[in-house]
Design a protein around this ligand. Structure first.
Ligand SMILES: [Zn+2]
Length: 274
């Protein structure tokens, strides 16, 4: 989790704990699906994530927008960025005329036919992010609530499907998810994968630990067990009895039980006194 400039960059396993902690005060009923078109996989080669994000922000500011257009950006390597200047409580600038009540997610790449092939890391991240958002915001996983930019006209009227030359754009791409940008392709591919991930999240419960949290928790349990072991009182170790004759020094100690460290300290003291 790194904050720099106007963005917070998360590793994919960090997204769910992060979103569960967010206090969202505006009503949200739709999740927009976009590809960035530019930047895309060619321009991203070797480029720093924050440089890419600030670049998008600058071009959005140059449009006269108040900040980065999207709330969330998903990279080709599966990392997820949150726009700090367009936090989830701010209406995005994603689809002109249709942003109220929506969250704008931009997927880095150009997914028109013959352009970028979505990496498996990004595919996993996209499915996970939409499932987490749907779960957190209680948004149904269907084509009325998870919507492609291409299903709108340039003025923001909802067409309900991609209609070439009438839709404002091809976004998120005529080969998005390897299938296309129509309602039929969304139902057959993308939304099924989001639903699958959503069901997995529901099974594990909203309070369930993520893999990362589980690892940290297991380490903590081990540490505590080790500490307990170190502070446990024990009867005299064999080496103590054989060196000093008895565990209570011939009746001098009324309750001969110390921690291992205690027995060692006692032995050191007794040796000095010998
Ligand atoms: Zn778009």
């Amino acid at each position: 989790m790194i904050t720099k400039g106007n963005f917070l960059l998360l590793e994919l396993p960090e997204f769910r704990p992060w979103i569960l902690k967010q206090h969202i005060t505006r009503g949200i009923s739709r999740l927009q699906v976009h590809h960035t078109w530019l930047p895309n996989y060619s321009t991203r080669k070797g480029q720093d994530h924050f440089k890419c994000l600030e670049g998008m922000r600058n071009s959005h500011l140059a449009n006269g927008w108040s900040g980065t257009g999207q709330n969330i950006t998903i990279f080709e390597d599966g990392k997820v960025a949150i726009s700090l200047d367009r936090d989830l409580n701010k209406v995005p600038a994603g689809i002109a005329g249709a942003n109220t009540g929506a969250i704008c997610v931009e997927i880095i790449g150009d997914f028109d036919k013959g352009r970028d092939d979505m990496t498996s890391l990004q595919r996993e991240a996209v499915g996970h992010v939409y499932a987490c958002l749907a779960s957190k915001l209680k948004i149904p996983v269907d084509t009325d609530h998870i919507v492609y930019h291409a299903w709108y006209t340039p003025s923001g009227s909802f067409l309900g499907d991609y209609v070439p030359n009438i839709s404002s754009k091809t976004c998120p791409g005529t080969n998005f998810w390897g299938m296309g940008n129509t309602v039929a392709s969304a139902k057959k591919g993308f939304l099924q994968d989001v639903q699958y991930e959503y069901d997995k999240l529901k099974e594990s419960g909203d309070d369930a630990m993520t893999t990362v949290e589980k690892l940290e928790f297991d380490n903590l349990v081990k540490k505590v067990a080790k500490l307990e072991e170190e502070t446990k009182k024990i009867p005299a170790p064999k080496w103590f009895v054989s060196e000093f004759g008895s565990s209570d020094l011939g009746g001098k100690i009324s309750d001969p039980s110390f921690t291992l460290e205690g027995w060692r300290t006692l032995a050191v003291g007794l040796r000095v006194g010998k």
